[in-house]
Design a protein around this ligand. Sequence first.
Ligand SMILES: NC(=O)c1ccc[n+]([C@@H]2O[C@H](COP(=O)([O-])OP(=O)(O)OC[C@H]3O[C@@H](n4cnc5c(N)ncnc54)[C@H](O)[C@@H]3O)[C@@H](O)[C@H]2O)c1
Length: 402
Amino acid sequence: MARTYRAGIIGAGSIGHAHMDGYILTDNVEVVAVADPVAKARNQYQRAFGIPNGYETAEEMFAAEDLDIVSVCAWHLLHPGLTIAAAKAGVPAVICEKPMAIGVGAAKSMIDACKASGTKLVISHQRRFTPGWEKARDLVAQGAIGKPVFINCKVMDGLTNWGTHAIDGARFVVGDPGAIWVMGAVERVTDKHERAVAIEDACMGLIQFEDDIQLFIQSDLMLEGADAGAFLIRGTDGVLDITETTVKLMNGKSDGWEDIDLHLKEGEQAIGGATNAAQVRELINWMEGGPVHRGNGENAAITVEVMMAMYESARQNRVIRLPMEEQEYPLDLMVAEGKLPVREAGSYDIRGFLNWDGVDEEDYATLRAEGLGHHEAMMKLHDVKELPGRNFPPSSVNVPRS
Ligand SMILES: NC(=O)c1ccc[n+]([C@@H]2O[C@H](COP(=O)([O-])OP(=O)(O)OC[C@H]3O[C@@H](n4cnc5c(N)ncnc54)[C@H](O)[C@@H]3O)[C@@H](O)[C@H]2O)c1
């Protein structure tokens, strides 16, 4: 009989719910504990999923529970510390949320700690398991568009937030090539943050991958059609237009655009039970001696480096060849160096509405019972009508230049 794996969740927020949905659909995993310093978050999560044990800190959870898998679902800046703590506690496998880390050095520290303890590290770029991306990867491998040449994508809400999925996905679809050089441009004229990380108002980058494949990514510029999972991929003999749940192909054999039937099943979407469950099943297979997980830490560290190199390119005004030297977060360095003066006073966080302060637990429970997701419920409870930071045209156009 297959053994049952004991899992623990760190961070009982929005994405913690998606991890739980995935574990529920995975036959041989039992979620036995959750750690979250915010009692309201922890309580509602334990109640919603019937999880017996709750802890204020991850360390307490590691000490009290014998865990096989840990999901790190706290905010970005906490990913390295929590992953390293899990590795040091001897947890055999970690699924850490994206972005893996803010800075090349921080990502490397996670890989090193997991190597030292033998912990299998997966970064939750779960869209790698969506039918659209998987089908597109197969079609590219079969030569349906000839040799892939150029990938175009458009994201918003911060490069490290959505852009990490897009860069990871672009690599996935064309066979995970390494990155050779990066050129980027960055604008930051407002004191913008995303989940406590300073981010840009807008940016763009050109990335040269191996095999002469290029990616162009723009973030928070043209918002129409911005999507963390949508790409146009041009090859020498055809074009693919894909999202996580749709694939359109045009080549010499198709009669114009051909819609590829993906035979979609319930939950097979960007973030969904089926997608998160597939990510877990591949991890268990890896733990049991199967092939390395497609979302392994080393793969995700390439995406971190590409994003950091986009910022570093803007900082240095030059093409950044990889591996890059700067280990810290170049955007923070640019801010500290006075290279990105803010023209509108006032720090703000585009995910600030996720704060539990002042949220009444019962009001939250009522909204969830009415069918609202975590983000929607928190926005309503904080009276946030529109997602902040989505100002188009870009801020430089809105803010008068001196
Ligand atoms: N893979 C995806 O598609 C996807 C989607 C959304 C969010 N995310 C990522 O998930 C992470 C969490 O985002 P979210 O939207 O769920 O945030 P959230 O605020 O809804 O949840 C985070 C939770 O972590 C808790 N927390 C804070 N410090 C902690 C600590 N030291 N130990 C344990 N718990 C702690 C908070 O109290 C909160 O309940 C982010 O890094 C985000 O980028 C990924």
